[in-house]
Design a protein around this ligand. Structure first.
Ligand SMILES: Cc1cc2nc3c(=O)[nH]c(=O)nc-3n(C[C@H](O)[C@H](O)[C@H](O)COP(=O)(O)OP(=O)(O)OC[C@H]3O[C@@H](n4cnc5c(N)ncnc54)[C@H](O)[C@@H]3O)c2cc1C
Length: 484
């Protein structure tokens, strides 16, 4: 089994696949366990949030109802049901697996939630994923750092391996596999301002899309207001809804939800207005996290400037209850996958999704790989970009001319579309990106492949936004065997 990505979903999948008896390799572009959003969770706010049914009176059923209400029919019911059913146990497991300590004794009521569900935690160890990475290594998982996946090998109708850029050597390498798990995060860094690290640039939908996998609404994303200085800090939902927001000089009427506040702020910034967050009386000052309250900007101005950042990819590759995609032997999980949530995502559920679906996908892939008689045995081979020596097809997003110019164009086109997406601008951005000249791929390195992945992901997002047909519900039903 080859797992692409070493965030929470990737490491959870790798561990389960290894426990199921498979030989597992994890590919990751920089340092294992440190190059994804999972590594950043406690850098954005003073705590990690785990939203799940915790209290008597709450239940998976109530949680499911709320997920569905928020989703507004844009989620996949069967996948959402798995998240709801497993959220509580998953959160307990996650606290143990990552050695998290609760900040308060009880969960808190998050704005907009009908019941206390937000457990605030802090890791006892850092980096956050260190305990899980250690467990993977104990189970014999091979970690391949500085490896950027750029494509898939297809044998007949199924996936038969991964093509990756060996960033040390600067060459493409093929890694045969019985099953591939795409756990390479969301589309955050497709957009120029994002809370996600630069590696999380939609590789999953770029790579799976090139292979013809069904995607589930890749345009569904969550943007949030962040402080412009200190950069990229989330002032908390309570502060954004409880303090005064100024759009230029005009106070924004108090908003009911974080999403409504985000849209209003994004709209104002698009019109060139500066946006500020300031206390509405001394009481509300306490809503600001210490890092913002104690920042030089706040000390000087008694307010902080706001920006909007792409925070989470809600959509992604369409999966079933076990993380299977529409292509045999290809799995997806975590932010790479879509369908667990719809129109409005619940804060504090990203880690749970990564954990729950990472484990399910890893277990299913590990069992499938252990059953199939592997021919390749995971040997590395040079990749020539079109057809490998065994006559299998290699599918990758196309390389482009002028990677640096393309990155600049992506920043220009997608920045204004982070929080609000007017149809005309979406169409114009899509046309420009689709018409971008392609290259023959001679001497492509890091910059070229990163730009190619970002462009391909951006096109998938914009096409879905523009209303191009998006298959949302066609991933296969569970077989009798799986139901048992
Ligand atoms: C700042 C911040 C704070 C957050 N706070 C919370 C919180 O409090 N609670 C909560 O539940 N959720 C939170 N989230 C959301 C949560 O962190 C994510 O949803 C979750 O960690 C996603 O895990 P993942 O494994 O799917 O993706 P990631 O952790 O992003 O991992 C993706 C992995 O894939 C790698 N990768 C990407 N492209 C490639 C490629 N082409 N080839 C090889 N590898 C590749 C990446 O480098 C990385 O290793 C937060 C997110 C951010 C950014």
């Amino acid at each position: 089994v080859v797992v692409v990505g070493s965030g929470l979903a990737g490491l959870a999948a790798a561990l389960e696949a290894a426990r199921a008896g498979a030989l597992v390799t994890v590919l990751t572009p920089a340092r294992a366990g440190r190059d994804g959003s999972s590594h950043r969770v406690h850098a954005l706010a003073p705590w990690i949030l785990l939203t799940a049914p915790w209290l008597r009176g709450d239940s998976p059923r109530r949680f499911l109802d709320d997920l569905q209400r928020n989703g507004g029919d844009l989620q996949r019911e069967d996948v959402t049901a798995v998240l709801a059913a497993r959220a509580h146990d998953g959160a307990v497991e996650l606290c143990s697996a990552l050695d998290l300590a609760a900040v308060e004794r009880e969960p808190v009521v998050l704005p907009g939630d009908p019941i206390a569900r937000g457990l605030r935690c802090r890791p006892r160890q850092t980096p956050l994923l260190a305990p899980l990475l250690a467990e993977c290594l104990d189970h014999g998982v091979r970690i391949c750092e500085r490896a950027l996946a750029v494509g898939l090998v297809l044998g007949g109708d199924r996936v038969a391996g991964v093509v990756f850029l060996d960033r040390r050597a600067g060459s493409l390498t093929e890694l045969p596999a019985d099953c591939v798990v795409l756990a390479c995060g969301g589309v955050g860094a497709v957009f120029p301002r994002s809370t996600a690290p630069r590696w999380c640039r939609g590789s999953a939908i770029a790579i799976a899309g090139a292979a013809g996998a069904l995607l589930h609404r890749p345009n569904l994303t969550q943007a949030i207001p962040v402080t412009a200085t200190p950069p990229l800090y989330f002032p908390t939902t309570a502060a954004l809804l409880g303090m005064r927001i100024l759009l230029g000089d005009t106070p924004l009427p108090r908003q009911a939800t974080l999403d409504a506040a985000t849209v209003a702020i994004a709209g104002a910034i698009r019109h060139g207005r500066s946006v500020w967050l300031e206390p509405a009386g001394d009481d509300s000052l306490a809503l600001l996290p210490p890092r913002v309250r104690e920042s030089p900007t706040f000390g000087r101005e008694r307010r902080v400037p706001l920006a909007v950042a792409l925070h989470h990819g809600i959509g992604g590759i369409a999966i079933d209850r076990n993380g299977r995609t529409s292509i045999p032997a290809l799995y997806a999980c975590g932010e790479a996958a879509g369908g667990a949530q719809g129109g409005r995502r619940m804060m504090g559920t990203g880690l749970l999704e990564a954990w729950i679906f990472g484990r399910l996908a890893g277990k299913a892939a590990g069992c499938e790989a252990s059953r199939s008689a592997s021919a390749g045995g995971g040997q590395l081979a040079p990749a020539n970009g079109r057809e490998n020596e065994a006559g299998r097809a290699v599918v990758m997003p196309p390389l482009v001319r002028g990677a640096a110019a393309l990155e600049a164009a992506l920043d220009r086109l997608l920045g204004p579309l982070t929080g609000v997406r007017p149809a005309g601008e979406v169409a114009a951005a899509l046309a420009e990106l689709e018409a971008w000249p392609l290259s023959d791929g001679e001497r492509a390195g890091d910059g070229e492949w990163l730009a190619a992945l970002r462009r391909a992901a951006a096109i998938e997002v914009l096409r879905a936004e523009a209303g191009a047909p998006v298959a949302a519900s066609a991933v296969g039903q569970d077989t009798e065997e799986e139901r048992r």
